[in-house]
Design a protein around this ligand. Sequence first.
Ligand code: PGA
Length: 241
Amino acid sequence: MKYIICKDYKELSCRAADEIAGVLAAKPNAVLGLATGSTPEGLYAELCRRYAAGEIDFSQATGFNLDEYYPIRPEHPQSYHFYMDRHLFLHVNFDRARVHIPDGSTDDPEEECAAYDAAIEAAGGIDLQILGIGQNGHIGFNEPAPALIAGTHPTALTESTLGANARFFAPGESMPHSALTMGMAPILRARKILLLVSGAAKRSVMRRLREGTITTDLPASLLLTHPDTLVLCDREAYPGD
Ligand code: PGA
């Protein structure tokens, strides 16, 4: 696991955009694993800026998002479908036929998840996986647990995640307590992983990650087994040595 400490969130976002631009320049039909949350918003804004400036082309790329709430309708403003449209897809030339997000409105979540893994495999796996990290160490919605599930699967959200994400839902609106998430296997099979970490609220989870112990109680620690993971961390999130 390699670290780059960025002076601030803007630099982190630009460096992350550089990584995506590099992958697309080398392989225009690359498969990108995409994340939601507040951390990648700056990255997506920078990608939109570069697209508007004619500096990047997504026309042959494929996207697989990490997760989606369950149940939720794609048009719900807090769905990750809505998020991806607002932050990226409406502003760049991604081919809609090659954009994949788990369907949080499905009647058959198990089948949806199995089909999602099959689609990732049919696309040849993920070239570059973008990840954020939860304050509890989750990646995607792989929450801390005695065991983690390999494949894409439905999962209950922990109190920590519900607490961290409730702010996005309207007062009085109940948020979904479950999600469909890519499992650890497709994530760890990605050829390159980019973990984005910003802000003082992540400093304590980063301290745990840097202890170097691999445990399902800290799902992000499984990234320590991956041969090509780059952590882009801003100074506020970096715990020091
Ligand atoms: P955040 O979420 O970017 O909103 O902090 C990260 C995550 O939960 O994976």
